[in-house]
Design a binder for this molecule. Structure first.
Ligand code: MD6
Ligand code: FE
Length: 222
């Protein structure tokens, strides 16, 4: 199903969007808002660079002892961490011992507006995970279930290279469907779909050998 929702706008009054945004329904309570963040990509990338200058990207170790191919950092009150002891949220960056950088205002605004457009009013994320994918990076099928607040949706923003997103079911073995995510696409999911298995199967190349994909996922973790 495809819905029309109000488009996200940046703060400039003369760029107020007049067009609506296309929303593809992945399942109950789960939507891809096509191009929703398209007008804000440069500003978002600038804010990502600012966070990375304070809390550099790193490849976490999984509890099983493998290095993740996706490089990650965080901003917000809490950040997602993985090491031999498991997956969890923590208030400090283990690399520096310092608090995670604050969530930029542009991030909070986008996440709230996207959640609201998809039917989730008053989304107040306290965690933003920043993922960076090079061409060889993958994210295997997983559930996002380390958050204490499973009643809140997740808002996920794609920037940079396109990717093939896998959307499965509530059991690991359920059939998956492939969904192409382009820069500016925002996925919002919650409700009955909150614990759906998902992953990134591949990132699509470009002529620019240095190009990468970024993804921001906003959660209410605690
Ligand atoms: C990504 N996203 O798009 C990985 N998780 O790079 C996720 O793992 C994800 O997009 C929960 C909700 C939305 C997501
Ligand atoms: Fe996830």
């Amino acid at each position: 199903m495809t819905l029309d929702l109000f488009a996200h706008t940046n703060d400039s009054p003369d760029s107020r969007a007049t067009q609506n945004v296309q929303a593809d329904e992945l399942g109950p309570g789960a939507f891809v808002l096509r191009g929703y963040a398209g007008a804000s990509l440069d500003a978002l990338q600038g804010d990502i660079d600012g966070v990375m200058a304070q809390a550099p990207l790193r490849h976490w170790l999984t509890p099983g002892g493998k290095r993740m191919s996706v490089a990650m950092t965080n901003c917000g009150e809490v950040g997602w961490i993985s090491d031999r002891m498991g997956y969890r949220y923590g208030t400090r960056d283990p690399l520096s011992g310092k608090a995670w950088p604050a969530m930029p205002a542009s991030f909070v605004k986008l996440a709230r507006e996207a959640a609201s457009a998809a039917g989730y009013a008053d989304f107040a994320p306290d965690a933003c995970l920043i993922n960076r994918y090079t061409l060889d990076a993958r994210l295997t099928l997983h559930q996002d279930k380390d958050e204490r607040e499973l009643g809140a949706p997740i808002v996920s923003v794609s920037l940079g290279l396109p990717a093939v997103f896998l959307w499965g079911g509530l059991q690991r073995g359920d059939r998956t469907r492939k969904v192409r995510l382009e820069p500016g696409d925002v996925v919002v999911w919650g409700g009955p779909s909150r614990l759906v298995y998902h992953g990134i199967a591949s990132v699509e190349g470009s002529f620019d050998a240095d190009a990468v994909r970024f993804n921001l996922t906003f959660r209410k973790a605690r």
